[in-house]
Design a protein around this ligand. Structure first.
Ligand code: TXA
Ligand code: MG
Length: 328
């Protein structure tokens, strides 16, 4: 366990210090439009190794490389297949991660030994300015300890990682609130490896029909898709669609989509009172972080409508609930 605190700097201030930390092999957490990332120089194997250490992340779980600009992709990896280029053109900067061949410049530790690499251009001004100021691509997973809730605020990063990270850039709450969608568009029919902030329907408008293949166990394709992941410390039980929110109590919290349940719960979090799925996604980890520090002994969550970005929200809830066991 690391003690002490990182330096928290405003993301809209001078980024020279953060860029210098990155260039000398250190770790900087920074905001993206999805969640906060824990960044290191992606060209430096030793810097990348520090990410795995800080997150207590298994070395089989590869990192995403972040670029400042879509134009930097070909410079790093050379020509890419047409569908990959088309998706990058349409959605970058944005919450879409693409799979490409790993270039020699990226050390194998970044990709956990895979000969493919995940890459994206985040749609956050501070993130892109930081990458440009560092002058190197940044390997960055979500800035949380492995398996825990993803951070959507600088405070979450400080609470979760402490002094394991040198600098945290505070850019306020993140806009999307859940991670990027991961797509492997190198083959004939694109494969979605992780549901995320960009709805599958949007990807299909560019590529035609895709296959959704989410790993669950064994050798995961995208280990962020491990069955138990994104979990609060408090046990979380996920209701079936349409199941009534029965069984409140003084020590139980409830996560609702749009309607507050009848009284009887210690704490209630509503993801979107207007029933908006984009807002629900943005609030998901926020609400789970709040429920997790509310001192309840169980969180009961209801699924959201399983369409658009709602599919990614339900995916996170299922994984958060994967280790839940009935009490007694
Ligand atoms: O929105 C996001 O993607 C955030 C922000 C910080 O950019 N990052 C993020 O990183 O979610 P992380 O490490 O928490 O999740 C990365 C996911 C993992 O599930 C990993 O297994 C998968 O990307 N991944 C990385 N490289 C891959 C590859 N070559 N093939 C398949 N999956 C890969
Ligand atoms: Mg993660």
């Amino acid at each position: 366990m690391s003690t002490g605190s990182p330096r928290v700097l405003p993301a809209d201030g001078d980024l020279a210090e953060a860029a210098a930390v990155l260039r000398t092999g250190g770790l900087v957490a920074f905001p993206t439009e999805t969640v906060y990332g824990l960044g290191a120089n992606a060209l430096d194997a030793r810097a990348a190794a520090r990410i795995f250490e800080a997150k207590q992340r298994p070395s089989f779980d590869p990192l995403i490389t972040h670029l400042a600009d879509a134009a930097d992709l070909e410079a790093l990896v050379g020509p890419v297949p047409p569908a990959v280029a088309a998706l990058a053109d349409r959605f970058w900067p944005g919450p879409l991660t693409l799979i490409v061949d790993r270039p020699d410049a990226i050390p194998p530790i970044v990709t956990s030994g895979l000969d493919t690499m995940a890459v994206r251009v985040p749609d956050n001004e501070y993130a892109r300015r930081l990458i440009a100021a560092a002058g190197v691509p940044l390997a960055a997973p979500s800035a949380n300890r492995f398996g825990q809730l993803s951070p959507t605020r600088a405070e979450h990063v400080v609470r979760g990682l402490g002094a394991a990270v040198e600098v945290v850039l505070d850019g306020g709450p993140t806009r999307c609130g859940i991670e990027s969608t991961i797509v492997d568009a190198r083959g004939e029919r694109p494969v979605v490896l992780r549901l995320g902030a960009l709805p599958v329907e949007e990807v299909e408008k560019i590529t035609g029909p895709v296959t959704v293949r989410l790993g669950n166990s064994g050798q995961p394709v995208a280990p962020g898709t491990l069955a138990a992941h994104y979990a609060p410390r408090t046990p979380l039980r996920l209701l079936a669609a349409g199941e009534p929110p029965a069984g409140g109590g003084p020590r139980r919290g409830y996560l609702a989509f749009r309607d507050r349940p009848a009284q009887g719960w210690a704490v209630v979090e509503v993801l979107s009172a207007s029933g908006d799925l984009t807002e629900a996604a943005a609030q998901l980890f926020e609400a789970l972080h709040r429920l997790d520090v509310a001192g309840v002994s169980e969180i009961v969550a209801e699924p959201v409508p399983d369409t658009g970005v709602g599919r990614a929200v339900n995916d996170r809830l299922r994984r958060a609930a994967a280790t839940w066991q009935p009490a007694g």
